[in-house]
Design a protein around this ligand. Structure first.
Ligand code: ATP
Ligand code: MG
Length: 744
């Protein structure tokens, strides 16, 4: 039957169409933000199935998030009339996990292996350090965990290190071994391990390798610029000589080098995958002209770019609107007020995203949103399944299934408090270590000699777990969860605590019960060849792998809060980028370590999320890490071409009163009218034209106070004063005309 490609590629431009309809051959689509890369990838899969008669089973598609995977699946189902349930679409982690479940024996894992999230991993590292008698302050657990993950990302196991390294390295390797041993004993796998195991599985098992190479004829990867070394090697292993790779990416959006991502892989494609052709897309369909100019102007400052042009025919639109807030509360008010205005003008809440550099910035925003009864949702950040009370409940559930799960044991043995102190746990740990056992086994077998006065209480805890396990054996997952929250005493515990926080925790526990209920309804029969897993393990896996992307259920219309990193690949009509301050964004660590280009790419990612409206804001003062600081606007604000930006200024005195220390709302605000577009660069950002050739944020030297940074100017003419933060002498106001500041 003749195939009509029109419905499939009709809504694509010629360059996109060419990429979608290209003959089977390696391809890299290298193109800027919003140019339709993800769209091309989706259509390519549909094309392969519909036009090239490729079986969905022969396709492996890698997306950046589980949500993106779900969307891609839905989209493809619309485009082709073939069932694609069996097709593999997912994140690297999701796909690795799926493979390991199928081949758990070959991967040397227990069938119901559990996944350690970042927080669990940290706890485990701490425990390992204790066992090895290494002090936390000399071996910071975060550093150790980071080191271990970095080794795994390079596919290095402890046995790959020679004994010749220096002392520090030998210690690290020792910790790494002990950590691995502990994971093995508990049957747990951390995130990096998922990938490494899956890679080793396909590399070392000839049969499995042959199977997947035969199977996956087409491998498609979105956001290719952020693949790390291990993922890249895995892709190569899976592709073999015959698999065909279709990768899409944007070097300007590479923002995960701190997690091992290597943008160079994009360039290696042409050598590692012979005949790989590069396709470029240049039309942006997402943003207005002003927003696109802002993005283009900013990213042009980076060096070592592969170089791309982006244009749009969607009209100029509104300039980027900049707001200088008095402090972070004022900034949050600004965001909330503008959201109100947009909603009044017909937007939905979920048309709006608020993006920030650091998760901790969300708190003040959340408070403002709650006060105004604006529904919101946080993506990433402290995720639902990472909340304390949720992890407590999950730990009980895990113990029901797997008594040797030391991480869970330690977490809840004294939560709620039952008089089992840290000394007792210490003794248990010691005993467990000596006998190579789990904490559970140690508690059972150690006897009074180990447990001392707490013996009865520990036995009670063991009995509690055993009896909960017996009681819930026949119950569904949600009923089990409900029962465990009651019987463990968690509900009582938070009931007694009182206060808003405790109330929120109780609500979350209820939310957990409903989450298990809807999960039960969504469980599908296992895919071909996949063993049927118990629902609890399935749920825990879901919690570990997909927790980051709370998906708003249908009909839930809310403002989206997330870090800039989490916003990759998404788009919103209205975007706020808050906290545009030096030291916050670019992050202070990045400016120190010369990682400025990556921060700039992150800023580029943020700007290019916006379709129609982009707001940026900075606070003149902000409390960071518990200290109130005077802030300098981010250099990125200066780097955006000024003709595409306007500054919004509230009537300054109103704000200053409302937000003066000690003042409490009502925060009624009046807004200054935005200046017409094409105004000169806002005063507060003008760098080169500062008085005496000095600029905000500039390093200067003073004869008596030494070196410092200029925070602000005040007044004019002879009376102009300047505020400088001196390294040694602290922050001072000086008369500019007599201070005799010299550029440092
Ligand atoms: P990013 O780099 O941010 O991931 P992208 O290159 O993947 O962006 P898409 O998300 O695929 O871009 O597309 C951006 C927007 O433009 C989407 O809303 C998409 O539907 C739309 N779009 C892409 N191509 C076209 C087209 N040919 N006609 C109309 N709309 C298009
Ligand atoms: Mg995309």
């Amino acid at each position: 039957p003749s195939f009509d490609p029109a419905p499939l590629v009709g809504a694509l431009n010629p360059a996109q169409r060419e990429a979608v309809m290209a003959p089977p051959q390696h391809r890299l689509v290298l193109a800027g933000a919003g140019s339709g890369k993800t769209r091309v990838l989706t259509h390519r899969v549909a094309w392969l199935i519909a036009a090239e008669n490729v079986s969905p089973l022969s396709i492996l598609a890698v997306t950046f998030t589980n949500k993106a995977a779900a969307e891609m699946r839905a989209r493809i189902e619309q485009l082709v009339d073939v069932p694609i349930r069996a097709m593999w679409v997912g994140t690297f982690h999701g796909i690795a996990h799926r493979m390991l479940r199928m081949h758990y024996r070959e991967a040397d894992l227990p069938q119901n292996f559990q996944i350690l999230d970042a927080d669990d991993q940290l706890r485990l590292v701490k425990r390992v350090l204790k066992n090895l008698d290494l002090a936390d302050d000399q071996w910071p657990p975060k550093t150790v965990a980071g080191w271990i993950n970095a080794q795994k990302e390079e596919a290095r196991r402890p046995q790959h290190f020679s004994d010749e390294g220096d002392f520090t390295q030998r210690q690290f390797v020792r910790i790494y071994s002990a950590y691995e041993e502990s994971c093995r004993r508990q049957g747990v796998v951390d995130f990096a391990e998922l990938l490494l195991r899956a890679f080793e599985l396909t590399r070392d098992h000839a049969e499995i390798q042959a199977h997947y190479r035969r199977r996956f004829r087409h491998i498609l990867v979105d956001e290719f610029q952020d693949t790390n070394t291990l993922q890249y090697r895995w892709l190569r292993t899976l592709a073999g000589a015959d698999g065909i790779l279709f990768a899409v990416g944007d070097d300007d959006q590479s923002i995960y080098s701190w997690r091992g991502a290597r943008v160079e892989h994009m360039m290696r494609l042409t050598t590692d995958f012979p005949g790989c052709e590069i396709v470029r897309l240049e039309q942006n369909y997402r943003s207005t002209g002003m927003i696109l100019s802002a993005a283009n102007g900013l990213i042009a400052r980076n060096s070592a770019r592969l170089g791309k042009q982006l244009w749009t025919d969607s009209g100029d639109g509104e300039p980027v609107q900049l707001y200088a807030a008095y402090n972070e509360y004022d900034e949050a008010e600004f965001v909330v007020n503008r959201i109100r205005e947009h909603v009044a003008a017909g937007h939905r809440y979920d048309d709006t995203a608020v993006l920030y550099r650091m998760g901790a910035q969300s708190r003040v925003l959340e408070e403002a949103l709650i006060r105004e009864h604006i529904p919101y949702r946080i993506h990433g950040g402290l995720r639902f399944f990472e909340r304390q009370e949720i992890k407590d409940a999950l730990a009980y559930l895990r113990l029901l299934h797997h008594r040797d799960d030391d991480t869970s044991f330690e977490r809840v043995v004294n939560v709620p408090a039952r008089g089992i102190g840290s000394t007792t746990v210490e003794k248990l740990r010691e005993y467990a270590r000596r006998h190579g056992q789990s904490l559970w086994a140690a508690a059972r077998e150690g006897g009074d000699a180990v447990l001392g006065r707490a013996a009865a209480r520990v036995r009670e805890f063991l009995a509690l777990i055993e009896s909960m396990a017996a009681e819930t054996k026949e119950l569904s997952l949600s009923k089990t969860t409900e029962r465990v929250i009651e019987r463990s005493g968690l509900r009582d515990h938070y009931n007694k605590e009182k206060g808003e926080q405790a109330e929120a925790r109780l609500e979350n526990l209820d939310e957990l019960i409903s989450a298990t209920r809807s999960f039960e309804l969504s469980i599908e029969p296992p895919a071909e060849g996949q063993p049927a897993l118990d629902p609890l393990t399935q749920f825990l896996t879901h919690a570990a792998l997909e927790a980051g992307e709370q998906q708003a259920g249908p009909g839930e219309d809310c403002v989206q809060l997330m870090t800039l990193h989490a916003a990759k690949g998404l788009e919103f009509p209205v975007v706020f980028m808050v906290g545009m301050e030096h030291g916050l964004f670019p992050h202070v660590r990045a400016t120190d370590e010369g990682k400025l280009d990556e921060e700039r790419r992150l800023c580029y990612v943020g700007i290019t999320r916006a379709r129609q409206c982009l707001y940026m804001s900075y606070a003149e003062r902000r409390r960071l890490h518990g200290v109130e600081q005077l802030c300098v606007p981010s250099q990125f604000l200066r780097e955006i071409p000024h003709h595409v930006m306007v500054e919004l200024r509230p009537r300054a005195h109103v704000v200053r009163q409302a937000f003066a220390p000690g003042a409490h709302g009502p925060y009624r605000r009046e807004w200054g009218t935005p200046a017409p577009s094409h105004t000169p660069l806002p005063e507060s950002l003008r760098q080169s034209q500062g008085p005496q050739g000095l600029a905000l944020g500039q390093r200067v030297r003073h004869a008596r106070f030494g070196e410092g940074t200029i925070l602000q100017f005040d007044g004019d003419g002879e009376r102009m004063r300047v505020e400088v933060r001196f390294q040694a002498a602290g922050t001072k106001w000086l008369m500019l005309s007599v201070a005799n500041l010299q550029p440092a």
